[in-house]
Write a protein that binds this ligand. Structure first.
Ligand code: NAD
Length: 254
């Protein structure tokens, strides 16, 4: 990845920061692109202390065309190339995460619009830049819930659920990957999906036990467990892989 510029949207978030540090760890320049610029600066500074010159923070709102196009222009002028984008931000409104019965039409539309619409905008704008450049790599971060029906039993007795918007968003992200891969395949652009299972982040024990009972030996994964697949998709090792969805979940979705 030496000198390759890779933008991670939502780069200041839980998974995004791990992605950025892994990219810098193998010589790429990680652009920590997030709406939360303060946290993005902190994350970039932490990565830079271990990998000087290999991280920078940029403010980005994936739901604004001006913001996405402005970032592309800025980075294009600075580096002369952008090699990849990881579509990873996680916008949601204050009512996101309610159980099905309580989701209003307005909240459904807003959450789908922010997340799916934002992923579309990022893929569209970077795709057009990559098309002019003659190469580029788009990785859409989806979820097992883009491919499988929810297992509601794992949430019993907790305040958690698998939001209905998430099913609509992530299944659409999976298919947009194929659409964009087809549209851009003759321009040297690859588009793939990485679908993680749930990632450990202080979830209730009862939930974890039920979740783990559907998995292989590991159970719910840690953020580091999906890094290898991200780097594979970013690297030349996957140069003829496009339009695919790789699920990393220790077998939960089987
Ligand atoms: N954490 C998990 O268990 C898990 C599992 C499977 C898939 N995923 C997917 O991974 C991705 C990242 O999830 P996460 O858990 O790290 O989320 P997170 O909430 O920890 O981080 C999301 C980041 O996105 C940023 N963001 C929100 N709206 C934005 C906008 N409009 N423009 C730019 N940045 C914005 C936030 O500031 C935050 O830093 C999401 O697509 C999520 O669906 C997460």
């Amino acid at each position: 990845m030496d000198g390759k510029v890779v933008v991670v949207t939502g780069g200041a978030g839980y998974l995004g920061r791990r992605f950025c540090s892994a990219i810098a760890g193998i010589g790429g320049i990680a652009v920590v692109a997030d709406r939360d610029i303060e946290t993005a600066r902190q994350i970039a500074a932490e990565i830079e202390s271990a990998h000087p010159g290999l991280a920078e923070a940029q403010q980005l709102d994936i739901t604004s065309k001006d913001s996405v196009a402005g970032l592309i222009e800025k980075l294009g002028n600075k580096y002369g190339h952008i090699d990849g984008v990881v579509n990873n931000a996680y916008p949601r409104n204050k009512n996101y995460g309610r159980k099905l019965d309580d989701v209003t039409y307005e909240d459904f539309c807003e959450n789908v619009g922010l997340h799916l619409g934002g992923y579309f905008l990022v893929a569209q704008q970077f795709g057009l830049y990559f098309s002019n450049q003659g190469y580029g790599n788009i990785i859409n971060i989806s979820s097992i819930y883009g491919s499988m029906a929810p297992r509601f039993d794992v949430y019993e007795g907790t305040s958690m659920t698998m939001p209905v918007e998430y099913a609509a968003i992530k299944s659409s992200v999976n298919h947009l990957t194929r659409y964009f891969a087809q549209y851009f395949k003759r321009d040297g652009i690859r588009v793939n999906t990485l679908s993680p299972g749930g990632i450990l982040e202080g979830q209730p024990q009862s939930f974890l036990e039920r979740y783990d009972s559907y998995c292989g030996k590991k159970g719910m994964l840690e953020s580091g467990d999906i890094i290898g697949t991200l780097l594979f998709l970013l690297s030349e090792s996957s140069r003829y892989v496009t339009g695919q969805n790789i699920i990393v979940d220790d077998g939960f979705s089987l």
